[in-house]
Design a protein around this ligand. Structure first.
Ligand code: TRP
Length: 324
């Protein structure tokens, strides 16, 4: 049997450059290697764990499917699904929750961060976020998960749940590991933290035209004397250079060391390279968006294939837990 791969992206708006480099490129690499069975998901149920707009969710989650297809996910090679189309995810999450303490969930850094952002929304759904994520992966017995490095604490939880289930109920869940890509950490354009949809001014959308990308990259804060210790903004700019123009990195670094670097030149070189990477994506996205029946078909087919695998896992788990 082929090793399975699972990954998911939340439906809180369109994909940005950070998702693209941190997750989607890894997803593509695994899909195209032919050694794996790949399942890629829009995790719409996770979206409801923090405040969201119910009027916009249907459109938002569909946009991610279109982004996936435009980026090169191929329904002939990968199963592409909405999480809420496969109720086995939430069912398994409840079974898994019997193996996890409340305290362990309350102490996760991701939980604490979200509570800080939304102090009025400390809900059970949010506390259960990592358990649902573990269920997403384990319901397919997936062993490999292409996601950004910030998700490592959640994968730790998934491994722990797999181990506990295997010990307690003699199941055979693999302990899933993260598949890392070189762009796994894309810094925020603001020079602090990572690129994130929830921080305005921190991200580049995959559909941004060149002018917007140039404007955003030029806004990376680099107002500083050359030489000496790099400011966070300058460090950020060099991280982008390493990701997008690795061949030119050395000469820009030398210019910086000599105090002769013109930041705007480096910024525009980075912006041009980012745009060159995104241009084919943007063209393909336009074509796919014009084929709604095709998109519907991808979603319908994905659901059928996914439920076949997921329902077999649920059947096994129910039997082993004495529920069936
Ligand atoms: N928590 C992930 C994120 O915010 C999204 C996610 C949910 C996920 N379920 C998953 C990622 C399963 C990988 C596998 O990026």
């Amino acid at each position: 049997m082929k090793k399975r791969v699972f990954s998911g992206i939340r439906a809180t708006g369109r994909l940005h450059l950070g998702n693209y480099l941190g997750a989607v490129k890894g997803m593509l690499q695994l899909q195209n290697s032919h050694q794996y069975e790949t399942i890629y998901c829009v995790v719409d149920v996770h979206t409801i764990t923090t405040p969201y707009d119910k009027e916009r969710l249907p459109q938002n989650k569909r946009e991610i499917i279109v982004d996936y297809l435009a980026a090169g996910l191929d329904p002939d090679k990968s199963i592409i699904i909405y999480q809420s189309d496969v109720p086995e995810h939430t069912e398994l999450a409840f079974y898994l929750s019997s193996q996890m303490s409340i305290a362990r969930m309350q102490h996760l850094p991701t939980f604490k961060d979200k509570i800080k952002q939304h102090p009025q929304h400390s809900t059970m759904a949010l506390l259960n976020y990592p358990i649902l994520m573990a269920a997403d992966i384990l319901v397919y017995k997936a062993g490999l998960v292409p996601v950004g490095i910030d998700q490592e604490p959640h994968l730790e939880v998934a491994r722990e749940l797999a181990r506990k289930m295997n010990q307690t109920y003699k199941t055979d869940f693999p302990e899933p590991v993260r598949f890392a890509t070189k762009g796994e950490y894309v810094p925020s354009l603001k020079g602090e933290g990572k690129m994130s949809k929830s921080v305005e001014g921190s991200y580049i959308n995959l559909t941004d035209p060149y002018e917007t990308i140039e404007k955003k990259v030029r806004q990376i804060p680099t107002a500083t004397a050359a030489g000496g210790k790099m400011t966070p903004g300058v460090e950020t700019l060099f991280k982008y250079a390493r990701l997008f123009i690795p061949d030119q990195l050395k000469s820009y670094q030398q210019a910086y060391d000599q105090g002769s670097l013109k930041f705007v030149e480096l910024k525009d070189a980075v912006a041009q390279a980012i745009y060159a990477d995104l241009k084919p994506f943007q063209a393909k996205r336009q074509q796919i968006a014009n084929r709604p029946a095709y998109i519907d078909d991808v979603i319908r087919t994905g659901k059928l294939k996914a439920r076949e695998i997921a329902s077999a896992t649920i059947k096994e788990v129910k039997e082993k837990m004495g529920l069936a």
